[in-house]
Write a protein that binds this ligand. Sequence first.
Ligand code: GLC
Length: 736
Amino acid sequence: MNNIIKFAAISTALSFAACSPAGDQIDRKVDELMAKMTIEEKIGQMNQLSGGYNTIEDVAAGRVGSIHNCVDAEEINAVQKAAVERSRLGIPVIVSRDVIHGFRTIFPIPLGQASTFDPAIVEQGARVAAVEASAAGIRWTFSPMLDIARDPRWGRVAEGSGEDPYLDALMGVAMVKGYQGDDLSDPTSMAACIKHFAGYGAAEGGRDYNSTMISERSLRNTYLPAFKACADAGAATLMTSFNEIDGIPSTGNTFLLKDLLRDEWGWKGMVVTDWNSSGEMIAHGFAKDLKHATELSVNAGVDMDMMSHGYVSYIAELVKEGKISEKEIDRAVRNILRLKFELGLFENPYVDPQASAKVDYAPEHLAAAKQCALESAILLKNNGVLPLEKARTILVTGPLADAPYEQLGTWTFDGQPEHTVTPLQALRKDYNVIWEPGLGYSRDKNTSNLAKVTAAASRADAAVVFVGEEAILSGEAHSLSDLNLQGAQSELIKAVRRSGKPVVVVVIAGRPLTIERDLENCDAMLYAFHPGTMGGEALADLIKGRVSPSGRLPMTFIRTVGQAPFYYNHNNSGRPCSGNETLLNDIPITAGQTSLGCTSYYLDSGYGPLFPFGYGLTYSTFSYSDIALEKNVLSKNDVLRVKCRLTNTGSRKATELAQLYVRDLVGSVVRPVRELKRFERVTLEPGQSAELSFELPVSELAFWNADMEYVVEPGDFMVWVAPDSDSGTPLDFKVE
Ligand code: GLC
C-alpha cells in the first residue's frame, strides 16, 4: 500500500471518531458538567501550570485545568487526587509533556525520522512513545512539530520534518496516528498537539522567535498543508506559535485561530498557547499588558493558557467589563472538557505507579528505535570504503563516538543515557577498536591530541570519525550563524586523513551542517541526525554492512551558510541560474561594468546546494527506466498514472527511495520548479527489478491561485520519477 492510500485510511479512521455516537454522548456529558460550573471554575479549566506537587492547592481550588512537565506517576496521582477528590466538581487535570521523539526509548530526532521517508516506522515510534509516556500518567504530548523549515541556522529544524509540505504532512499524520491510536480513551493513547501554528519555521535569518513575512498564499500553499492534513486526521489539540506573521502574533491571530481553523476547516479540537506566548504579545508590542494580552488571546480563539497566568488572573474581570463574552469562555471550556472525556480521564484519572517498569525500554521498543535509526542515516559520500567488511582493526575517534546523552538529541527530557548504545560500544563487537577521542567535545579547540590520533590511525586498517553537535547545540533558541563543524573537528578529520588510511566520517547533529570542506578529507560520510538510544547499534550495522543505508535528505544541504535559506521547491525567478555563470575568481581584474551572468546565483559559491532534497546513496546502484504515462492528456477528475522500472544494478541488496515530482509550468501565480507528490521505498536484491506504479489524482495538483481559490489550473505539466529533487528526465503531460 503506497503512502497515499495509507494516508487516506488514517484520515478517515480518525476523523470518524470526532462525529460518532460516542462523540454525541460526550457532548451531552460536557453540557451537563458545564451547567454546574461557576465562571471561576470555567476559567480554572483554561489555565495550565507547570509542575506537580507545587500545583496541588491551586488544583484543589479549581484554578488549574492541566499540569505540564510532571513525569512521576506518584506525583501525578497526588495532583489528580486533589482535582478529583478535593475540587468542587472533581474535574481531572490533563497531564502534558514534550514527548517529541520518544519518552524513555528515544528515537531519532524528528528530522532524522523524516529522513526515513517511512511513515510506518514513524507511526510505530509515536506508538512506542505513547505507551511509555501514558504509563507514567502523561496523556497529552506537544508533538508533532509541523513547522516547514528552509533555514538550517534555525535550531528547531531538528524538531520538524524539513522543507517539503507533502513529507511534512505524511510524517505529521503518522505521529498523530501513533500517539492517539484508534481510540483516545485507550489508556495507552496520548492526545497529539500539532504545532507551532503557524509559520514559526520562517523566522527571519533563522533566528528563533523572529518575525515572519508570509503571505496568505504562501501560508496556504506551503506552511499549512501539514496542519490541515493532521487536523483532518483527527489531531486532538493545536499549539499557537511564538512568532508574528506580518505583524500579528499567532496567539492573537483571529484569522488563523477562528476564520481558518474553526470556520473554514471545521476543526473541533483544543487550542493551547505556547509557553507564555500570550504574555509575550506585550514584548511583541501587540498587547499593552497581560490583561490586554489575555483579552486578545481569548477573543482570538485560544482555549488554554500555558504559563502566562493571564487567564486565571484577568478573565473574570474582562468578562465583567464586557471585553470577553461568556460565550467565548464556554467555547474554550467545552473544547477542554471534551478532550478530557475523550481521553477517559473522568473514568480513569489515576495511573498505576508500577506500569512504567513493565514497558520502559521494552525489547520491541528498542528494536523499533534501532530500525528507525537504521533507516534514518543518510550516506552522502562513499568512494567504496564502506561497508568496512574486511577491516579488522579500526580507529574510532571524535567527540560524538561515545556520548550517550548527546546522541539522544534535543528535547530528550526523559530518555536515560545509561540505556544508550553508543557507536564506540557497538563497534567494539565487530572490530578490534583503537579508541582515541581526539577532542573532549564538539567545541573543543585543543589540538594537542591530534598527533596521537594520526599515529593511532596509522596502526589501524581504517578510521571512523564521529563528529557533529551536542544535543544542546540545536533545538529551541539555538540558532547558529556559522554551520561549519565546531571547534577543531575539521582539524581532527584532517589529522586522521594524514595517516593515509581509509577515513569514514559519521556526523551526528541536529541540523544540516556545512560539511563541504570535510567531505574532501574523507572517503565516506554518513549523516545521522541525533539517532537516539539505539543509534550506536544502527550505525555499527551500517558501517559493517549488515544493512545498507537508505535515508534521504528531508532538507537541502547548503555549501555555505550564506546560501540560506535554500530549498528545492523554489520558484524559478525571471533569471534562473544557467550553470554557466562566471564565478568570483574568473572575473577579469579590470572587468568593465556588466551584470555578470545576469542570473540568480552567488559569485563566490555559485548556485546549487551541496546536496539536494531527497538525496542519499546506498551500498548499491539503481537504474530508472521505461518511465511512461498511462496517458498524457488528463481532465481534472483524472488520475495521473506513472510506471517506471527500477533495477538494482549493483552488487548488494539495498533500498532505493523512488520519488515522484511534478511541475506546473504556467500558473496564475508562479509555481515551484518541482514538488514532491509521491515516494516509495523499494528493496531489491542485486540484479532484481521492480515495476513501480504511481497514482496521482489530478486534484492533488491544486494550489491557492491568484484569486485565492484552491484549484487545479489547466495547462502543461512535467513529471519526474527520480532518486532526488535534482535528478531525472521529465515527461510532459497536460491537464485540460
Ligand atoms: C516551548 C516550545 C514548545 C513546547 C512548550 C512546552 O517553549 O516552544 O514547542 O511544547 O514550550 O514545553
